[in-house]
Design a protein around this ligand. Sequence first.
Ligand code: B12
Length: 339
Amino acid sequence: MDTWDSPCLAGLGVNPAAVAAEALSLLQLPDSIELSALSEDGIKTLDAALAVDQPAILADFLSYAASRLSVLSGGTADAPAAVTTFRDLLGRRLTPPDADRVDAFIEHALTLTTWAAPAEPDQERFGPLARGYLTLVLQGRRDDARAFVQDALRRGTSIRSILLDVLEAAQREIGRRWQIGQISVAQEHYCTAVTQMVLTDLYPRLFTGTPSPHRLVAVDAPGSLHQVGLRMVVDLLEFEGWETSYVTSTDPGDIVDHVAQHQASVLAISVSMPGQIPHVQALIAAIRSDPRARDVKVLVGGRPFTVAPELVSAIGADDFASSAADAVTTCNRLVQVTS
Ligand code: B12
């Protein structure tokens, strides 16, 4: 039975696991866990991108998938050829006019796809502290990495700079190196776990002790395991004088209640995977329909909005920010507008 949470393709009889297995066999690739997951993610991303009519979302996935396919196949598989195989398989399962609509959508996404590997960070932005921290975590030296950050603080580096120039920069670089196969998934998990520990080390220093008129409630989209980005946003806002809180429930009713109880000026929602967009749209609709919460400004962030900015207003959000620093500027602007 097909149980996947699909806005489009499941209703048309497409099963991601079955398409993925057949594609890997036609491409003469092993049916490994990682290749199967990547192939299934491709179908699910196509589905999510179709649901919001954003080929840029699929294009972004294709450039990521091209790097991963190269890594996982030992450089033998060709991404454009793999896309052709998937298109053929979908064409055989779908009937007109759906088959033509899906095919035209993939064609459009291909015109937007950059097959190049993600660019190395700008050396000016990726300074000595980010490099030093990254070297230690990649060597598995967790305690030294934490001590390195404490030492930088003692020498006068600001919390803001630790968050933005060290941790955020290092996490992005870890992601890039994992994508191109320079580090393993185990190293990526280790590095992310150390960054979360450092964020916890910094936590007591975030509070200025001055009551703030501006309250922000933050929530991750349902099903998200990507919490580090939103945590950096919230921690920086707390440090910059906002009163912040998280809601761990993903139930729209709980979130509406929390926003109302805290009299929040801003609700910050993080979306990392395109499949989460319909849930976030439903959450924003729930917020807007409750008189206790409807005036809160909704700020969204995460990769789908970076690649398809039209989605921000399409799902009913007020604004978008692409980084923690940008989130502070945008939140301050949003409350100036309301007050
Ligand atoms: C660490 C990581 C994980 C960890 C997360 C651990 C954790 N506790 O957070 C784990 C291992 C769980 C994971 C799992 C997966 N991941 Co992952 N992951 C990453 C990675 C390497 C780093 C994420 C990170 O820390 N980024 C650094 C922070 C600073 O950036 P950020 O998350 O974008 O957040 C910033 C902005 O977007 C913005 N922002 C974010 N949220 C918000 C919210 C608001 C309101 C605002 C204003 C701003 C804002 O500000 C943040 C700070 O600058 C990224 C690669 C990357 N380069 O980002 C992939 C990445 C996000 N993952 C990806 C994928 C595909 C997956 C999996 C599907 C893999 C799989 N097949 O299992 C799963 C999905 C899990 C799920 N259900 O969510 C893809 C997404 C591809 C796409 N185009 O959709 C990425 C982009 C990898 C890539 N190179 O393409 N992942």
